[in-house]
Design a protein around this ligand. Structure first.
Ligand SMILES: CCC(=O)OC[C@H](C)CC[C@H]1O[C@H]2C[C@H]3[C@@H]4CC=C5C[C@@H](O)CC[C@]5(C)[C@H]4CC[C@]3(C)[C@H]2[C@@H]1C
Length: 420
């Protein structure tokens, strides 16, 4: 038995006593990714053209659809285009899903997508991603395109549990997309997922159940995910239906559009409830090259920036040097422990740089300028700290605590000393 499979077998045995905290797992080096989880926010915008598309869609003379419905279709296309990067990029570059580095409190990842549009109508798009909490791990992010007054902000935390063969992951948080020039906002919820293939040491992500995109215009997209062995039989399958509003979503025959296929491959769109024979290609992930963001060289980064902070650990992981990984990781963990001790002694708790915690139960729809409460209410979604996309009053809407969320503070971006 090779050392790899021996250490993997030992690892699988350790999963039997898995306590729900992913960072507590000491996975063998070959399953470790040299990338920190704080970098995963970039996967929300590797198709900048689709992210900005609604800004360039106007009402045409002989249009059958309202321009708001056309925007909803465009936002659904952008969302579907993010999924392959979000959930398959490690399998493509590292040969399988890996365990990301567990970000320390305050860890930052910043970068920008340059304008690759032929007519230079996009302008620059900035990403700021910050580990706003370490216990539990929560990453907040904002993607800002000033030229077209388009901003995505959101946050993500996960809770995971082991079943016999898979790791079941529930995502907490949501994303909010705002097109200021169109006066339109969208609430995007995050689907549950599970990691299969762990026993074969070839882990991969499969999405499941549902997620929602609720527009301030009333239109809503309901996306249902399935994998190999489900009704569709193909991995990474989905069926998305767009409705005039959430109450019409109770009746599938009222769907205005149906999109179906594979989010990691080809999907097609047709009017109404079923995918007709004349369906058009909606998105083709195999022929849409992702645009990776530009990150400044490590020597120009601040100590809080991910690739500089983890550089030695990443090198040790690439060298598959278990002792060095452990040695370099321990240095970072000890530094962090000392910082927390000092903050507790001086009563100076860590302050988040670009995001602030917010308890939405203290706000009305009007005073919530993110628009989150209004959109969540339109979609009958819970405002509490429950898995993303939990319907109000459903069995999972059981948290007693109000639930804290995270909000982007764009004005802090204007005064920061962080260089993008
Ligand atoms: C079973 C324990 C173990 O460590 O096995 C190692 C395996 C690689 C499985 C565990 C890790 O799998 C990784 C997949 C990660 C998710 C991938 C994509 C996203 C989308 C992004 O927008 C937010 C974060 C999220 C949900 C990642 C969260 C962390 C996951 C589940 C990693 C697991 C530790």
């Amino acid at each position: 038995m090779s050392s790899t499979s021996a250490s993997w077998t030992a690892f699988i045995k350790s999963l039997a006593s898995y306590n729900g905290d992913l960072s507590s797992l000491t996975a063998p080096p070959f399953i470790l990714s040299p990338t920190s989880l704080v970098e995963y926010s970039q996967y929300w915008s590797e198709h900048v053209d689709l992210f900005l598309a609604p800004n360039f869609i106007q009402q045409e003379i002989n249009d059958v659809d309202s321009v708001e419905l056309k925007h909803m279709v465009a936002v659904l296309r952008w969302f579907i285009s993010t999924l392959k990067s979000q959930y398959c990029s490690r399998a493509e570059t590292l040969g399988g899903e890996k365990k990301p580095l567990n970000p320390f409190l305050g860890e930052l990842f910043v970068g920008k997508w340059t304008d690759e549009s032929p007519s230079k109508t996009f302008g620059e798009t900035l990403l700021v991603s910050e580990q706003v909490s370490h216990h539990p791990p929560i990453t907040a992010y904002a993607i800002q395109n000033k030229t077209n007054k388009t901003t995505l902000q959101g946050y993500n935390g996960v809770r995971a549990s082991m079943s016999a063969t898979a790791l079941n992951v529930r995502q907490y948080g949501h994303a909010l997309l705002s097109y200021e020039n169109l006066n339109e906002k969208y609430l995007i919820t995050l689907p549950p997922l599970h990691i299969e293939g762990i026993l074969m040491a070839a882990p991969f992500v499969e999405l499941e159940q549902k997620s929602y995109i609720q527009s301030s215009t009333g239109y809503v997209a309901v996306i249902e995910y399935s994998g190999r062995g489900y009704f569709s039989g193909k991995s990474n399958s989905f069926k998305a239906r767009i409705y005039k509003n959430i109450s019409e979503a109770e009746d599938k025959t009222k769907a205005l559009y149906t999109v179906s296929g594979q989010w990691s491959g080809v999907s097609s769109i047709s009017r109404g409830n079923a995918v007709a024979s004349d369906a058009q290609v909606f998105f083709d992930a195999n022929n849409s090259k992702p645009q990776h963001l530009t990150v400044k060289p490590i020597e120009e980064q601040s100590p809080l920036e991910s690739r500089r902070a983890w550089q030695k650990v990443a090198e040790a992981i690439r060298a598959n040097d278990y002792n060095l990984i452990h040695e370099e990781k321990t240095k970072i963990e000890n530094e962090q422990r000392e910082l927390r001790k000092k903050e507790a002694a001086d009563d100076t708790p860590w302050k988040q740089k670009f995001f602030e915690e917010i308890d939405y139960t203290t706000l009305t729809e009007e005073d919530d300028e993110t628009g989150y409460i209004k959109l969540a209410n339109m979609a009958n979604l819970s405002l509490k700290n429950v898995p993303s996309g939990t319907r109000k009053g459903s069995s999972k809407d059981n948290e007693t605590e109000a639930g804290s969320h995270w909000r982007f503070c764009p004005e802090r971006l204007d005064t920061t000393d962080i260089v993008f």
